[in-house]
Design a protein around this ligand. Structure first.
Ligand SMILES: [Zn+2]
Length: 301
């Protein structure tokens, strides 16, 4: 799909999310999410009974396992997303000084230059120095492509919208193939243009217990799979590892060059109790940055 078209459609999306309370990492919480559109003048009671009304569109969506608003086509894909009654899972790691990361990368370091109770300081203030390619983060195309943009050029809504979760029962440095993706599609319906694709490989489970294994021996894409996902118009690819590549950034270049963003070190996808969900996240607009930390929430029901 034309990237500009996606941007324009996402911009049309009207979504107001209000969350009740605050979940700790890896906790599922019911969200009171509501949307206000001209068409959505339903009361809470009406919203509850809405699910019981079977329309033609809903029937066809059920047949293919594609949610109604996704299956209905591009025009509806990014509009009228209603998260009322959905639960969410935080699919981002806690950012901390000790995380699994390539040894070449600088892990976050907090240095306080003002502390309440010291030298009459009234505020706690720190400087954080870190490489943004640590923790759960998104890559800017410039990370691997000299001619492409840095973070401020990336659509701020690219991490908001529908996502597929492809679950693979694999170990170690498994190569994720096109057939893995096609097998998922055969069961759950085709990946629609503008959907994100995230791979649940359970690799996140060794984030704390075996950081060395986490960064050296992880499931990754191969070039053909990256090309297939670009062809499908995937909005972004989320992986539970430090990279979709092993060494040379082949898949990075295919994805980022093809208009598909890359999100690394995603986690907790096994807790999302659906094979399709909505991801809600955005990121700091840092001029000239090649990547940025992001906190993604996966909404499902
Ligand atoms: Zn990165």
């Amino acid at each position: 799909m034309n990237k500009k078209k996606v941007v324009a459609m996402i911009a049309c999306m009207t979504m107001a999310v209000s969350m009740v309370g605050c979940s700790s990492n890896s906790t599922s919480t019911t969200a009171a999410a509501a949307q206000t559109t001209a068409a959505a003048e339903t009361t809470a009671a009406e919203t509850t009974t809405e699910a019981e009304t079977t329309t033609e569109a809903e029937t066809s969506a059920e047949e293919t396992s594609v949610p109604e608003e996704v299956a209905s086509g591009e025009e509806i894909l990014f509009s009228d997303i209603n998260l009322a009654g959905y639960k969410y899972v935080d699919i981002s790691h806690l950012v901390e000084a000790e995380m699994p990361a390539d040894p070449a990368l600088k892990l976050p370091e907090l240095n306080f230059f003002s502390q309440i109770g010291t030298d009459d300081a009234m505020y706690n203030l720190e400087v954080i120095s870190y490489c943004p390619h640590t923790g759960t983060h998104m890559d800017a195309p410039f990370h691997v492509l000299e001619e492409e943009g840095t973070i401020e050029s990336v659509d701020p809504t690219v991490l908001i919208g529908p996502a597929c979760i492809i679950r693979l029962d694999v170990d170690g440095d498994y190569e994720i193939t096109v057939d893995d993706v096609k097998n998922w599609e055969a069961e759950h319906g085709e990946i629609q243009p503008g959907e994100a694709v995230m791979f649940d490989t359970n690799h996140d489970k060794i984030w704390e217990s075996d950081p060395q294994e986490y960064i050296t021996n992880y499931p990754h894409l191969v070039a053909e799979t990256a090309e297939y996902l670009v062809q499908k118009g995937a909005r972004f690819v989320g992986c539970e590892a430090i990279s979709p590549d092993t060494s040379e950034p082949v898949c990075h270049k295919i994805l980022l060059g093809g208009g598909t963003e890359v999100v690394e070190n995603v986690c907790n996808l096994d807790q999302v109790e659906a094979d399709r969900c909505y991801v809600v996240a955005t990121f700091a607009n840092v001029q000239g940055s090649t990547g940025v930390w992001t906190r993604l929430l996966a909404y499902y029901k």
